[in-house]
Unconditional design. Structure first.
Length: 133
């Protein structure tokens, strides 16, 4: 799925497998990617470049080049511009890759103000690193 200049878009309950990208978005505002299975992408499962109010929730990522990539995300209605939680990751090169997106708080959810929540058992079997900043 390729999105350009989208506003208030929901990608939900889909099986996005065996392509270069699962969801690729440029200039997104209010994008929800939730309850999807995204596997076997050669590049990225979810890739968002330039946007605000991006939510990636309750997805199952497996054997993607990079599961989630964010670049140049800015705050909007969501503090820090991003909310990532309740996703599962297995295999691939990276679970999460963030570039040119400052002031993000990544934790297991126990740290106040966390907007990217990664559970301690969510990250398994990566060929490179679970997180790239």
């Amino acid at each position: 799925i390729s999105l350009q200049n989208c506003d208030s878009t929901l990608i939900q309950n889909s099986d996005l497998s065996d392509a270069a990208f699962g969801v690729s978005s440029n200039q997104a505002r209010r994008l929800w990617v939730r309850n999807n299975t995204i596997s076997g992408t050669s590049s990225r499962g979810v890739s968002v470049s330039t946007g605000s109010d991006i939510r990636v929730l309750n997805n199952n990522f497996s054997n993607n080049g990079t599961a989630i990539h964010f670049s140049t995300i800015s705050p909007g209605n969501i503090r820090r511009g991003l909310l990532v939680q309740d996703n599962s990751f297995n295999g691939g090169s990276y679970a999460l890759d963030i570039a040119s997106t400052p002031n993000q708080i990544i934790s297991d959810g126990s740290f106040p103000g966390t907007n990217i929540i990664l559970g301690t058992n969510d990250l398994t079997t990566f060929t490179l690193y679970p997180i790239s900043l």
